[in-house]
Structures are given as structure tokens and as C-alpha cells.
Design a protein around this ligand. Structure first.
Ligand SMILES: C[S@@+](CC[C@H](N)C(=O)[O-])C[C@H]1O[C@@H](n2cnc3c(N)ncnc32)[C@H](O)[C@@H]1O
Length: 266
């Protein structure tokens, strides 16, 4: 495990944190009353929150499996979240046990659970970096201690960019520049195109609680993939990205306001 010197490591339980709010929606136990309160308020405003979190998590599984099945053996997952089984390394290493995974997140609670996040992987195959996505030089340097950036990497920022303002476009470019052709870029984020009223209320609640929140339209989200080759089926609602049985069943309950896409670096 490794870490950024600058990132605070004290868990602040006085205000809600996105990782813990998301954990509550996923049915996890690593959240505090302030997180549950916000998670419940958002769910009341936007009834898709729990289904959206679950659908998003399943997308991460499918996109990771697709990368591993295409031959990618290195994974950099930024904004990884509190461990929820199966975690990304379990999916990737389920396809190819030698796959190397680096997780990064800036939330001290995720750091506290990093040991659990690495659970079950062979020595040296999975690492955790405690750092902010807005510090690409730090994350790439620390990730480079175990990943070989001369070989393809699946870079994932799943359900992360909606916490970032439009500086996220340049930021993503910095990460993509570090990747060789054949690498994958895996993204998902909340959109205001679907359930606009509920999403506007949810965004307002996040902002009031101190977490900036930026839903994006289809065009705005698609911009993240400029210069990359979007893989089928392109940018779609998260449960429509190569859906499996469970996703098709979930779709029957309605589309959730989260877009997803996977692209390959040319
Ligand atoms: C909604 S969770 C998504 C977790 C996981 N990627 C998934 O989709 O299941 C968002 C994660 O992004 C992390 N995050 C938010 N802002 C971040 C930042 N500036 N740098 C690094 N991680 C961040 C949060 O701590 C949280 O763990």
C-alpha cells in the first residue's frame, strides 16, 4: 500500500462523504448517521439512487471483465470506493490471475478499508494509493511502482467525474497521455438527461452537504472520449452497456440516470 503525503487521513464523521453515502445505497455497513441521512434524503428526491448505484457497480464488473477478456492485464481504478464484493481485482483476476491492479481514492475511510480491498489477491498483484484524482502526477508515479505503463492499462473512473468540475476534461487527458495504444478508458457518471428533476434535487443535496456535484448531458459526458475509439455500444445508460440477465431484469424497473462508456486508445 502506498500513499500521497498531502492527503488527509482523518475520517470526518461530522459531514457526509460520497464514498460512504454510496456505500449506504449499496447496503454496506461502512457509513455513519450523517451519510445515511443524506443517502435517504437523496433517495427520497430521486427514487433511482439505490438502483443506480447497483447498476453502476454491475457495469464496473462487465467493463472490467471485457478489458481482461480482451487481454489487458493491468488496471488503474481511481475513485474506487469502499470495498464491495466483488471488487475490481476479483473480477480481473477471475479472468486472469496474474492481472495487476492499483486502486486510488482520496477518502480516508477507503484508506482504512484498503487492507480489505486487497483481500484475496496474490502478493504484489494489487495495491492501493491514497491520493486525489486531481493529482495525476502523484497517482501515475505511485501506480508506476507496480504497473508498467509501457503495456496496456484499463483506466477506470467509475461514478467519479460527477464530483469534478470541467477541469476533469484536461485531467482525463493527462491520464490518457500516460497510456499506450490498446489501453481502455472506462467511465460512468450521473446525467441530468434522465430523471432531470430528481437528479437536480440530488445534486442540490450533495452541494448543500459540501460535495460539489456536476451531472452531465450525453454530449458533455461523450466529450471525455474525444480522440478515443468508443467500443460498442458507445455511450449509453449504464444498464444498457452490454447488459446481462440481471441488468435486463433491472431495466424493467426503469432507466437509471447514469451514463457509461468504454473506449480504446488508438
Ligand atoms: C460513487 S463512489 C464510486 C465507487 C466505485 N468506483 C464504483 O463505481 O462502485 C465515488 C468514489 O470516488 C471517490 N472520490 C471522490 N472525489 C475524489 C477525488 N477528488 N479523488 C479521488 N477519489 C475521489 C470517493 O471517495 C468515492 O470512493
Amino acid at each position: 500500500m502506498t500513499g500521497s503525503e498531502a492527503a488527509p487521513t482523518r475520517v470526518d464523521t461530522s459531514r457526509p462523504h460520497p464514498a460512504r453515502v454510496y456505500d449506504w445505497w449499496l447496503g454496506g455497513k461502512d457509513n455513519y448517521p450523517v451519510d445515511e441521512e443524506l443517502a435517504r434524503k437523496i433517495l427520497a428526491a430521486d427514487g433511482t439512487a439505490v438502483r443506480g448505484a447497483r447498476a453502476n457497480r454491475r457495469f464496473m464488473h462487465r467493463a472490467t471483465r471485457a478489458a481482461a477478456e480482451s487481454g489487458i492485464r493491468q488496471f488503474l481504478d481511481i475513485g474506487t470506493g469502499i470495498p464491495t464484493q466483488p471488487n475490481l481485482h476479483q473480477v480481473a483476476q477471475g479472468v486472469a490471475p496474474e492481472s495487476k491492479v492499483v486502486y486510488a481514492d482520496n477518502d480516508p475511510i477507503v484508506l482504512r478499508h484498503a487492507e480489505a480491498l486487497l483481500h484475496g489477491s496474490a502478493e504484489g498483484t494489487t495495491n492501493y494509493v491514497h491520493a486525489d484524482v486531481r493529482e495525476p502526477a502523484t497517482i501515475l508515479r505511485l501506480a508506476g511502482e507496480s504497473l508498467d505503463f509501457g503495456q496496456p492499462v484499463a483506466l477506470s473512473l467509475v461514478a467519479l467525474t460527477h464530483y469534478l468540475d470541467d477541469s476533469a476534461y484536461d485531467l482525463l487527458e493527462r491520464y490518457v497521455e500516460a497510456l499506450v495504444p490498446g489501453s481502455h478508458v472506462v467511465l460512468s457518471q450521473v446525467t441530468s438527461d434522465i430523471s432531470p428533476e430528481g437528479v437536480a434535487k440530488a445534486a442540490g443535496l450533495f452541494r448543500q452537504s459540501g460535495t460539489p456535484f456536476f451531472p452531465r448531458t450525453h454530449a458533455e459526458f461523450s466529450r471525455f472520449f474525444d480522440g478515443l475509439e468508443l467500443l460498442d455500444p458507445g455511450v449509453v445508460a449504464v444498464s444498457e452497456w452490454r447488459p446481462e440477465e440481471e441488468d435486463l431484469a433491472a431495466q424493467a424497473e426503469g432507466v437509471v440516470p447514469v451514463y457509461a462508456g468504454v473506449a480504446r486508445k488508438l
